[in-house]
Design a protein around this ligand. Structure first.
Ligand SMILES: Nc1ncnc2c1ncn2[C@@H]1O[C@H](COP(=O)(O)OP(=O)(O)O)[C@@H](O)[C@H]1O
Ligand SMILES: [Mg+2]
Length: 338
């Protein structure tokens, strides 16, 4: 059996939250931690697109960056092609920095303003010493054209300030694919762009994924985007996955009360859909002081006293779908029906 492209197991990233002067200098007070990612596990198969969804601040970006080792994880493991990349020696050995790339949310910040397009796209080839100078130049021109900046000649001498948001995001994509990675993390790749160009950027990513056979992790708060782009999705709430499954299935037939509320609060997904919309009540709790038991319980319309006792595990709810909710506990079901 082949191993998945990526296997994330119980990944955690906790940030220190209250490093005030006294705590730092004298160790006064108790250090508190923001549990941005608090035990996340999922797999991405070769060539698969997996989506991470959830409200702003639930830990999607931190999860993606910890997976790529742009943040040092607090604990947990990430395997890439079956090898544990939490070990720096393994990352060096497999040339992880060429195999995995990121496309960031904000194309106005992610490109160095002092670079011309040509040099920005070429830099990874220079850094990794790939090909002769002439080969590099040809590869850069081909890559710039493959992301729809045609002819390359019209764009390659420009500075980012001379480009539109959509063109900048194409430049970021060119730089991300130039080393022929096998995995890309696309963090809200279209959310900062004008609505009119979003679809074309997503179509470009879709086409490149097909052509290059890459695995992609899409991060977005936009469920309709993920439904369109992804094979499977995971729904995150306060640093933890609460539901995982095939994208269409999770969105059309959500099992976890949080996913139901999230889908219900997204008006545009499917006009024919008459499912009743569950309201999300209250505010998201503070990721420093998490509620006991199920972290969604304080906002959950279906919560019982039982829910605050223990954090529920993931339960299979059928057809490759799982939900972290005690409603799917067989024993619990019996107690409720008795
Ligand atoms: N570098 C950091 N230091 C401290 N807290 C952080 C840092 N990065 C993110 N956080 C906190 O972690 C939580 C998750 O943030 P993030 O991963 O950016 O969420 P999302 O991408 O889902 O919007 C938030 O509470 C955020 O304030
Ligand atoms: Mg984010």
């Amino acid at each position: 059996m082949t191993s998945p492209k990526i296997e994330v197991d119980d990944l955690k990233k906790h940030f220190k939250s209250n490093e005030d002067l006294f705590t730092r200098l004298f160790g006064w007070g108790e250090i508190e931690y923001v549990k941005a990612v608090d035990g996340v596990s999922f797999e991405i198969e070769e060539g698969e697109s997996f989506g991470l969804a959830g409200e702003s601040g639930c830990g999607k970006t931190t999860c993606g960056k910890s997976l790529l080792h742009l943040h040092e994880p607090t604990s947990g493991t990430v395997s890439f092609d079956g090898q544990d990349i939490t070990d720096p020696a393994v990352r060096d050995e497999m040339d992880f920095r060429t195999e995995a790339q990121i496309i960031q949310q904000n194309p106005y910040e992610s490109i160095n303003p002092r670079y011309r397009v040509f040099d920005w796209v070429k830099e990874p080839l220079d850094v990794h010493g790939i090909g002769s100078e002439e080969e590099r130049e040809n590869t850069v021109i081909e890559t710039i054209e493959s992301v729809g900046l045609n002819p390359a000649e019209a764009y390659m001498h420009e500075y980012p300030s001379e480009l539109s948001g959509g063109e900048r995001q194409r430049v970021s994509i060119a730089r991300a694919i130039i080393l022929e990675p096998s995995f890309i993390l696309a963090d809200e790749p279209a959310s900062m762009l004008d609505v009119s160009v979003r679809a074309s950027i997503l179509d470009l990513l879709d086409r490149l994924q097909d052509e290059l056979g890459i695995s992609i992790l899409y991060i977005s708060h936009d469920l309709s985007l993920l439904k369109h782009m992804c094979d499977r999705i995971g729904i995150m709430y306060l640093g933890k996955l609460v539901e995982v499954g095939p994208a269409t299935q999770v969105i059309n037939d959500p099992q976890h009360p949080y996913t139901k509320a999230l889908v219900g609060s997204t008006p545009t997904i499917d006009p024919d859909d008459e499912r009743e919309a569950a309201e999300l009540k209250g505010d998201i709790p503070d990721p420093v002081n998490l509620p006991s038991g199920c972290r969604f319980a304080p906002r959950c319309p279906e919560a019982t006293d039982e829910c605050t006792v223990e954090e529920p595990p993931m339960y299979d709810t059928g057809d490759d779908q799982q939900a972290r909710c005690i409603l799917y506990d067989e024993e619990q079901k019996q107690t409720i029906s008795e």
